[in-house]
Design a protein around this ligand. Sequence first.
Ligand SMILES: [Zn+2]
Length: 601
Amino acid sequence: MIVCPVTLIKNWSQEFKKWLGKDRVRVIVGDSKQAIETFMYSKNYDVIVIGYEKVREHVELLKAAQPPIGLVICDEGHRLKSDKTKTSKALQSLSCMRRVILSGTPIQNNLGEFFAMLADFVNPGILQNADHFKKNFERPIMAARQPDASSKQRQEGAEAQETLAAIRSHFVLRRENSVIVQHLPAKYEYTVFIRPTDLQRAVYREALGNSAIKTMLEGFDVKTGISLLQTLLKLATSPGLLLKQIKVRRLPCFANSNAFPAGTDSADFALSGKFSVLGAMLAELWKSGVEKVVVVSNYTSTLDLIETHCKRQKYPYCRLDGKTPQQDRIPMVDAFNRGPRSRNFVFLLSSKGGGTGLNIIGASRLIQLDSDWNPSNDLQAMARIHREGQTRVCVIYRFLTSGTVDEVIYQRQLTKLALSGSIMAGEGTASSSKSKNTFTADELRNLFTLHEDVACQTHDLLGCRCHLGEPAVDENDAAESESSGDHDDADSSDDDFEGGFVQASQYRDKDSERALARKRRDLSILKTWTHYNTRDLDRVDQIEDILLLSVIYEALERAKLHTSLPKLQEADQNLCGGQIAFVFGQKAGAPAPAAVVSGDE
Ligand SMILES: [Zn+2]
C-alpha cells in the first residue's frame, strides 16, 4: 500500500507503469470504498495507491485485508510528525510488519518529531516509548546544550547523542539531492536582492511610523504584530497589494496616507522593485523565444496582480492555486509541459495551493516571489522544474526586497535548514521538543525595521567583506565565541507563529555580540554560495545566467538615464528602486568553489 497526498496518486500510478510496464505489478487507485474492496478481495491487484484521507476513512476495512497488507510506504511521510494525529493512529492500527517513510524534509522542527515519525512509526519500540525517549535522549541532549551545563551534563549529552546516532544509522537511509542531480541538466539558483521603489519605501516607512510599533517592542501585542507583519510582507512584494485598503482608509497605520498619487493602478509593475524585475525578466524571456517559466507565490492576491500583467502583455498563462479542482491539476500541468509556448508561457503557482509532487518540467525557469517561514515549503515549490524528465538547464530565482522583512524570513529559513542538516548528519546538535518559537529583542526590532540603504542586509550580517575586495571573516571567528551545537533559537515551529510573539516579549537579549556570532554561524551556509555585488561590474560579469545579467544591465542603463549621471559607475553607487542590488548564486551539483567569498577571485 502506497499512502500519499492526493495530488501524487496519479504520479505514483504513472511511475509504476513507466518503470515496470503494465503487467508486472498491477496497481489500483483507492479512491473509493468500492476500489478498496476490489483490492482487498480480488487477486488482480498487487498495489493500492491511496490518499492519507482515504486511509483514515477506511482503516477498518483495510485492516481486514486477506492476506494482510505486507508493506506500507508513506510518501511525504513528514505528515506523520506527531504520533497523535488521526492519520498516524490509523496507520499504526494496521499493524503492518513493514513500514517505510519517504520524506524530503524528515526533521522540520525537533527531536520529538524524530521519535514519533522516524523511530516509532517504522520501528515501534526501538526507543521504547516516548517517556523513555524523553528521559534518556531528549533531556540529556537538551541539558548539555544549556550555557550553564556542568561537564557531567555535557558528557551525558554527548553520550546520548552518540547512542541515538548509532541507532538511527540502522534504519535511516539518506539520499541527497546530488544522487538525482547527476542525471539531470545543471541547475543554477540565485537569491536576488532587489532595491524597493521610492513609493515602496515611503509606504513601508509609513506603516512603521505608527505609534503602535513603539509600544509594541515594550509590551508586544500579538494582534498588532501579526497584522503589521502581514502588511509589511505585502509591501515587500508590492504596495499595489494594499492600494485598495489604504484608499478606503481601512488600515489604521495609513489613516492619513497620501502616498499613492491619484489614478495609481494596483497592478502597475513599476510600483514595486520585485515586479519591475519580474516584468523585465518575463519580457526578455518572451522575446528570446524558447523557454517557459513558473512564477510562485504564497499569496493568491500576488498571483492576481501577475495574472493581470500577463493579460495585459498578452502572455499565455495558466494558474494553479488552492481553488483549482483536484482533477484539473495534472491535465493542466500536462498541457503546460507538452503544449506550444504560444499557448503556455507562464505557469502561475500558489505554493500553498498544493504544488507538492507536480512535475512542471515544461519550464526551465522558476521565480519564487516571496518566502515562507518554513523553508521546506519553499524548497518544495522551487523543486518543481528540476526533476526527472527535465532536458534544459534550469534557473531558479528567489526574489527578496532588500532591507525589508523578506530578508528576516530568509535568514530564519537558513537557520532552520542549518538545524535540520545537523541532526540528520548526526552532528552534535538537536533541539528541544517544546516549540521555543522566540524572537530575540534584536530580531524583533529587525523584523519591524526598514534598513533603508542596504543592498543586502543578510550579506552585512554575514560579516563578509567581499564587496570591499577583502576576504571574508573566517568562518571560525564567528563560531569561536560560542560552544558548538548551540542552536537554541532555531527550533521553532512557525506553524504556530503567534507563540513566538508572546514569548519574545519576555525575552531579553543579554549579549548581542554573542547573538551576532550565532547568527553568522547560522548563515554560514551562504559562504558556499558565490556573492555578486551588483555595484561591482566585474563581479556582475561573472554571473553565468544571461537573463539575470541582461536584467541587471538594463536597469543600470535606466538608472543612468534617470539620474542623468554621466557615467554608469556613478549611477550604480545609488541604486534606484527596481534595481538588483545583490545576488547569491550557486550551481547544483558543482563543488563549492574554494574561495567564493573572496572579492578578487
Ligand atoms: Zn561576500
